[in-house]
Design a protein around this ligand. Sequence first.
Ligand SMILES: *[C@@H]1O[C@H](CO)[C@@H](O)[C@H](O)[C@H]1NC(C)=O
Ligand SMILES: *[C@@H]1O[C@H](CO)[C@@H](O)[C@H](O)[C@H]1NC(C)=O
Ligand SMILES: [Cu+2]
Length: 131
Amino acid sequence: MTTIRGMEMIFLMAMVAALAMLGTTTAQTTHQVGESTGWVVPPGSAAAYASWTSTKTFRVGDILVFNFSTGTHNVAEVTKDAFDNCNISSPISVSTTSPTTITLSSPGDHFYICTISDHCGFGQKLGINCL
Ligand SMILES: *[C@@H]1O[C@H](CO)[C@@H](O)[C@H](O)[C@H]1NC(C)=O
Ligand SMILES: *[C@@H]1O[C@H](CO)[C@@H](O)[C@H](O)[C@H]1NC(C)=O
Ligand SMILES: [Cu+2]
C-alpha cells in the first residue's frame, strides 16, 4: 500500500507541475495579416481587415506579419483618431520594408494604416484589440 501511495504522490506532483507550466507558458501566435492576401488595398470591401480580425484572438506576445510589396505600401502605427480619420500626418511609427513584423507588447487597442496615397481611405487599415 505504501508503495502505491508513493507512486500516487509522485504522479500527483508531476500533474501539478505540468499544470503550473501550462499556466505560465504563454503560447505565442504569429498572425499573417490578411492571410494570403497580405497587406494591400483590399479588393472588394473596405471591411476586409475588420472581417479578418473578427476571426482572431490577439494576445500580448503575439506577432503580426504584414507582407506587402516594398515601396507600394507601408505599415504605420497610429492613434485611434488617426485610424478613424485616415490621418497620415503624424504616425507613431512607420515601417517601409516588407515583411514588417510587429510583436504585440501591450494589451489594448492597436491601430495600423498604410500612409501611401489614399490607401487607408480605401480600406488598408487594421485595428485590433490585444488581450
Ligand atoms: C508576400 O508578398 C509578396 C508581394 O506581394 C508576394 O510575392 C509573396 O508571395 C508574399 N509572401 C507570402 C508569404 O505571402
Ligand atoms: C491630423 O493629425 C494632426 C496631428 O494630430 C492634426 O494636427 C491635424 O489637425 C489632423 N488633420 C485632420 C484633417 O484631422
Ligand atoms: Cu498601401
